[in-house]
Design a protein around this ligand. Structure first.
Ligand SMILES: [Mg+2]
Length: 312
């Protein structure tokens, strides 16, 4: 089915959002785990900055290794209506009404146009088992774990674990025995990638968060004109997209030195990472990029500026 040239619900970003910066509209792009979320998945300390972004109509793009089901649940909690990136760049979701563009993707799902860059999940599972056999490494992936086991291993509620198990483009796994280097080499021979997150290894296709971010920035520029992008992340899987943004901000973590080495112009945010650091970093970036006399914490909304895109 052909898409309309303009998404019907789109009525434009409010002037307040478009005029915030002489270099163009501000867009924040953020990782979740260890960045906006704490080790216990809390985000209360980030509420003032989340509120400020919402009142200013500044897009907040969630860019994470989490699944679509997890991200949708979190977006509902914080009232986010902006595009989002799931499973380490497996797919970019653009909700209807976000951008007045014809998007070159035939996939529509749950009120979003979906641009898929990841490899299909069943193919990843086959590759993981083949690499495990060839390397002599015993592995256990999420597909072999119950919701209860994932909940225990990740310190999640059972409901959060259920959402984490609904995977499409990336399989987390643990190595039970054997040499991880042999396994990683076997995975790479099968033209798949292996990354290490906080708790698990991940097998995925050639996709990366940066590919989706690159595409999304391009879409925003086509739809709106110049944009100023501010990125926040804490892990090696964030380095690629942090290199692309105008203002890369790194949260303190066990891997922050590695990220800073990969993105030398990035700034290390004060604090120990997680929601309190994220809150301070976002408010500080807003203070730097907002016109004088419009402190983020004091901006008020007006009914005419209410966004028309639905939370999906
Ligand atoms: Mg992270």
């Amino acid at each position: 089915m052909p898409f309309p040239a303009k998404t019907p619900a789109f009525r434009g970003y409010p002037a307040k959002a478009l005029c915030l910066n002489y270099k163009g509209m501000l867009i924040f792009i953020t990782d979740l785990d260890g960045t906006l979320l704490g080790a216990d998945y809390s985000y209360d300390a980030a509420l003032p900055a989340l509120d400020a972004l919402k009142r200013l109509h500044i897009p907040l793009v969630l860019c994470t290794s989490k699944t679509c089901a997890e991200v949708k649940a979190f977006r509902r909690q914080i009232g986010n209506r902006d595009p989002f990136i799931v499973e380490n760049g497996g797919a970019l979701y653009i909700p209807e009404g976000c951008l007045p563009l014809e998007l070159n993707s035939p996939i529509r799902r749950g009120g979003c146009t979906v641009i898929e860059l990841g490899h299909a999940y069943p193919e990843l599972i086959r590759s993981l088992h083949q690499a495990s056999n060839e390397s002599g490494c015993a592995v256990r992936g999420f597909h072999q774990m119950s919701v209860e086991e994932i909940s225990l291993a990740c310190g999640m509620t059972p409901e959060a674990a259920r959402l984490a198990k609904i995977r499409e483009y990336d399989e987390p796994f643990e190595i039970l025995s054997g040499d991880p280097r042999r396994l990683i080499s076997a995975i790479e021979k099968l033209k798949k990638r292996c990354t290490r997150g906080g708790r698990f290894y991940h097998i995925l296709g050639a996709n990366d968060k940066s590919h989706c971010v690159n595409l999304l920035i391009h879409y925003y520029q086509r739809a709106i004109g110049p944009v100023t992008t501010i990125g926040l992340g804490d892990g090696p899987n964030d380095a690629g997209f942090l290199k692309l943004v105008n203002v890369p901000l790194v949260m303190k973590s066990s891997a922050s030195e590695e990220v800073l080495a990969a993105v030398p112009h990035a700034q290390l945010c004060p604090g120990n990472g997680g929601p309190a650091s994220w809150n301070a970093a976002v408010l500080s970036a807003l203070a730097k990029h907002l016109p004088a006399g419009q402190p983020a914490a004091e901006m008020t909304d007006s009914p005419s500026n209410t966004s028309t895109a639905a939370v999906v």
